[in-house]
Design a protein around this ligand. Sequence first.
Ligand SMILES: Cc1ncc(COP(=O)(O)O)c(C=O)c1O
Length: 361
Amino acid sequence: MIKFLDIYKQDKKLHLSILNNFKKIFKKGDFILGDDVTNFESNFSKFCNSKFSIGCANGTDALTIALKSLNLKKNSEVIIPAMTYCSTAFSVINANLKPVLVDTEFMKSTISIQHLKKKINNKTKVIMPVHLYGSVMNINEIKKIIRGKDIFIIDDCAQAHGAKDDSGNKVGSLADISTFSFYPGKNLGAYGDAGVITTNFKKFYTIIKKLRNLGSEVKFKHDLIGMNSRLDSLQAIILNHKLKQLSKFNSKRRKIASEYDNKIVNKKIEKLRYSKFSVYHQYVLVVKRRNEFIKHLKKAKIQYGFHYPFAIHQLDAFKEYFKSEKFPNSEMLAKYGISIPIDPNLSKNEINYIISKLNSF
Ligand SMILES: Cc1ncc(COP(=O)(O)O)c(C=O)c1O
């Protein structure tokens, strides 16, 4: 069986040093927002060239807190892509704002600039692109179209740790505020829930630091209506260790993707277009005969995934929000998209096996 993802194998070499650091915490007892959290925040800032990093409880909260820090009027409009994980949309609603959907570009996982332009109006206060599957949305292009307007950019980097834009600038330093998830299966994953927010602006940093900790920076002094959304020391230890192997694993993912790009040759299988310095969180194919393809993968004992089988407007939770709207490119990804293994530890034999089985479909 070729596993979709093998976290145990990825981290095996780190287990002992992680456990040793855990023992120190057991003694020290700084379980919440301890020194390891501060260390991780500083390491992550260095990693993505952002001035500030603020750890929090998960990637969904990271988005919600980022939006809340802008202090916008209720129901201000936030533009998000129609194909993303549900959290991007939930965060907007949970921050008392209004989500507005825009289709993705044809055969790409990122928001369409052409469609985006049409949805910008006086109520638009935030554009929230998602670097879906690790493929980077061109933030500079968005900056160009909102120049002179009072609109913020928050990019959802939950699937793009270590990715760069086409000019070689790291994700996490491109927008006004950036958010990451460390859900275990991510390119950088914790052993539970965790997230981080990055920014180059001190004014956002100051507010976000309070918002993640019940509106407080000094004990018993609560200045804002905040959330309890802190990164804990045990997860920070794990992340500090795993951050060291992230670049190596990202380049392995890139190598596997380039093998797939070059060697999967089958008219029944279409490949998405990824950005130049994508980190391939997922390698997604478009297969019109998807049910047959699934049977083929099952027979070949190759695990697969869907990212995601429903676009945002197709989810029951959003039934009342986007009633008659259509987003054909996102719907196409939901209907025909299928993710194949791109675990950085796949062996040459396993990669060749996957390629040969895909070519024989
Ligand atoms: C694009 C995207 N945004 C937001 C999230 C939410 O992150 P979390 O699961 O840590 O809340 C995820 C991951 O789950 C994601 O993939």
